[in-house]
Design a binder for this molecule. Structure first.
Ligand code: 4AD
Ligand code: MG
Length: 441
């Protein structure tokens, strides 16, 4: 009977049949003349049992975790009272070692790697991702990105891929990474927003999943130097429409993720207390937030009571979000603390039609706004901000060649995942995180 090569996740379909599996030795244990291998292939975990002569070869006696092996045998349901992933095990009749790992040094195995100190964990990220928790987060990340794309498609947004190498800033000069572009100054993009805006007249509503870069001096658990930015831009809508769209994209995506049994199982493992957000999200005006912070004696960055006009710092924002413990639409930020392109509130021009989505445990995961649609107003905003309008000619042209009311947002994928999977830091939601001083591996 020839063995059929399968992925571990297909195990249940092949009960009592002879199969071949290939993978890495995740765990290893010998007992009463039997060798138990928990095999990992990136699709799941499978207990394999070697007995008799199979356990007495040189390779069997020197086998180590993280070695690669090929195992043939029958998949058998487990006897009553025994447990293993999938409720079955592979009873081996043939196996071979493909690549022997050094073993011995426990610090280099996936199990220990997840509990070591943060710096050496970061140096060994390429091994840490073999661990059960790290790989579960990365799988969920993939399911989440699929679900976002499906939800965007259902909402009729078209995906585009804007450039990462740019000559304009979006979110202030202080966090720009600059580099030499054939003798000209250029930057790594902070946001694809301005490019998305240019797509509206040709493609309709659009979104992108693109890396953004911020030279953040702050060393926090939610700032990366490179992060995955999911951004969308929509035409002919009001600020209220924008908030409703945001609720739908977040909840619609979560529903899709939870409807996927593999994703649901991983989420139950990572975040058993996950609470599906109830709709509508709590809406809170900036001025209300300032009053709330003062009522609860949470000071501003200078240790004083918050004044209208102050930025709400990360610590204060997190305290408020954790206390309210629900998703919040924080709206109507002052013009001075926000970006040049934001539309002002009619009749209250010191404030903007802007929104941050705040999630318990993380704080801001989305920043969005309506955009200035008037050309003269935009030109004045460049001036006010000390921005040279010349390199922005293409952005200004959007107002010249048929303007419209429009708005959009950017969602930090790692922050969304840190919230969803209940991670302490966004670094855990990134394959190879970059932050101040860390660009390896
Ligand atoms: O609030 P931000 O700066 O807004 C923009 O960039 C807009 N131009 C987006 C738009 O309207 N198209 O960034 C948006 C989101 C934040 O809410 C946060 O989730 C994430 O991007 N973000 C970061 N994530 C990780 N590390 C950083 N350094 C981040 N900076 C922003
Ligand atoms: Mg922001």
């Amino acid at each position: 009977e020839p063995a059929r090569k399968i992925k571990i996740s297909q195990g249940a379909q092949f009960r009592d049949q002879r199969v071949k599996v290939c993978g890495w030795v995740h765990r290893l244990r010998s007992q009463k003349g039997l060798t138990f291998i928990v095999l990992r292939d990136g699709y799941g975990y499978l207990q394999c049992v070697l007995s008799g002569k199979l356990t007495q070869t040189y390779d069997a006696l020197t086998l180590t975790t993280e070695s690669t092996v090929e195992i043939h045998g029958h998949i058998k349901a487990l006897p009553e009272g025994k447990t293993a992933p999938g409720g079955h095990e592979l009873v081996a009749d043939y196996w071979k070692c493909i690549g022997k790992a050094p073993g011995g040094d426990e610090a280099f195995t996936n199990v220990v790697a997840e509990t070591a100190d943060p710096n050496s964990l970061a140096d060994r990220r390429h091994l840490v991702i073999r661990g059960e928790t790290a790989s579960a987060v990365l799988k969920v990340r993939s399911y989440v990105l699929q679900a976002f794309r499906a939800e965007f498609e259902a909402l009729q947004l078209t995906e585009v891929t804007p450039p990462c190498m740019v000559q304009t800033q979006v979110e202030g000069g202080s966090t720009l990474f600059s580099f030499d572009y054939y003798g000209q100054p250029a930057y790594l993009t902070q946001s694809s927003q301005l490019y998305l805006e240019t797509c509206l007249p040709s493609l309709g509503d659009v979104f992108c999943v693109q890396e953004s870069f911020r030279a953040e001096k702050s060393h926090t658990r939610r700032h990366l130097s490179e992060y995955t930015h999911l951004e969308a831009e929509l035409a002919f809508l009001s600020f209220t429409d924008l908030l409703e769209h945001l609720e739908q994209i977040i909840c619609g995506t979560l529903e899709r993720v939870l409807a996927n049994p593999q994703a649901k199982a991983l989420l139950d493992q990572l975040n058993p207390d996950f609470k599906f957000p109830s709709r509508p999200f709590r809406r809170m005006d900036y001025k209300e937030a300032i009053a709330w912070l003062n009522e609860h004696q949470i000071p501003n960055e200078d240790g004083e009571a918050h004044k209208v006009g102050d930025d709400i710092a990360e610590a204060a924002e997190r305290k408020m979000t954790d206390a309210l413990n629900v998703p919040i639409f924080l709206t109507g930020f002052p013009r001075e603390i926000k970006s040049f392109y934001m539309k002002r509130i009619e009749g209250d021009e010191g404030f903007t039609e802007s929104v941050d989505v705040l999630m318990p445990g993380v704080g801001e995961i989305v920043g969005g706004s309506m955009r200035m649609s008037d050309q003269a107003e935009l030109l004045a905003a460049y001036k006010n901000e000390g921005i040279d309008a010349a390199p922005y000619f293409w952005y200004t042209d959007q107002r010249k060649y048929g303007t419209c009311e429009h708005g959009g947002y950017g969602l930090g994928v790692e922050r969304f995942l840190a919230w969803l999977t209940n991670r302490w830091t966004v670094r855990e939601a990134s394959l190879y995180p970059r932050w101040t001083g860390r660009c390896t591996p």
